[in-house]
Design a protein around this ligand. Sequence first.
Ligand code: C2E
Ligand code: CA
Ligand code: CA
Length: 363
Amino acid sequence: MQVSIGVAVNPEHGSHAPELIRNAEAAMHEAKRSGRATWRTYAPGFTSAANSRLALEARLRRALRQGLFELHYQPLVNLEDGKVIGAEALVRLPRDGGSEVGPSEFIPLLEDTGLILPLGAWVQREVCRQGRQWLDEGKAIEVLAVNLSATEIRSGHVQGQLRDILAETGFPPDRLELEVTESGLMSRGSQAVEFLRSLKSLGIKLALDDFGTGYSSLAYLRRFPVDKLKIDRSFIRYVPDETGDMQLVATIVAMARGFGLRVQAEGVETEAQRLFLKKLGCDLWQGYLCSPPLPAAAFADRFLSSTGLRMRMRRDISTMQAKAGYTERQLSPVIDNLMRIAAFFAPFWTDPTKINNTYLCTR
Ligand code: C2E
Ligand code: CA
Ligand code: CA
């Protein structure tokens, strides 16, 4: 457990108890914002910060009550062949008249207030529902990744909740990946391994998120039953200019190999970064070079190939072939090439600006 302390002193910071308590609370939130496990003495600027926090909290509660949160999906790309194999789901708070607030800002507040528990449950259910729908539409989805916060890990509800959601939605467990951080796992102390095993028993995949920013202990890595390491964006940012970061990335990839884990880089924005990772033998990447996170429909439209479409095309071509008298064997390579060409050019039919990055990550 970590303790954050706020201090308000009479008479400088208030002349009566309610005012002192309010200001001590504002100072305590400032201590939390400064990284927790510390203390702050009240200063007048803290009041406006506390007011903004209250306003944001009210907005988050309303969004949760009215079902206003949205999920965006960022493609995960195979480095070997450039194929999009799935997506990471990232939650978004619609502006709804207010200012733009990203999850890095509102997730900590949701954690402080406990609201992350109902939001997390909604995220998991919505991802599994969406994934099932895409599979039913014949779209190829190998993996959908969901972030799990420290509060959810601590709560003890995740395993049962996920078991129910998977049963309800019919999404195949081996296509769901949970992203957990080492610091999140530390909140379970000695039970972290047992917690991960209980998730694995559901058949789902596990990824260690933000790898390299926390404890990154080899002993943990050996004991944690995870499938994948995700290299944090902060290490990719200065590739290929920072030799230190490049060595660190190379070490993480080698380490993942040594432990038999897959490895994925996030925050890939340049072709130089992608090529560097490819040379290292990194398995997967995500980043603006391919696409930012997109609303579900836009993501599916742009990145999910439809085996339904493939089957329809094959059926139409078979009818044509019967009429023309060619055999299946003669036409098969032609059909495959037609499908490849159609998949490659499909995004440009609706948006020619996509030509810059689509060759790196295709459907
Ligand atoms: P994360 O899990 O490390 O997610 C990756 C973040 O990097 C996302 O930020 C994504 O939009 C951003 N990103 C991806 N590629 C690039 C790139 O090429 N350049 C740059 N500059 N950024 C890139 P986002 O969506 O703002 O999310 C921030 C954090 O909020 C996430 O970090 C995650 O910790 C948390 N978060 C988001 N959605 C959820 C959720 O549903 N549940 C929980 N518990 N946490 C979430
Ligand atoms: Ca993540
Ligand atoms: Ca990260």
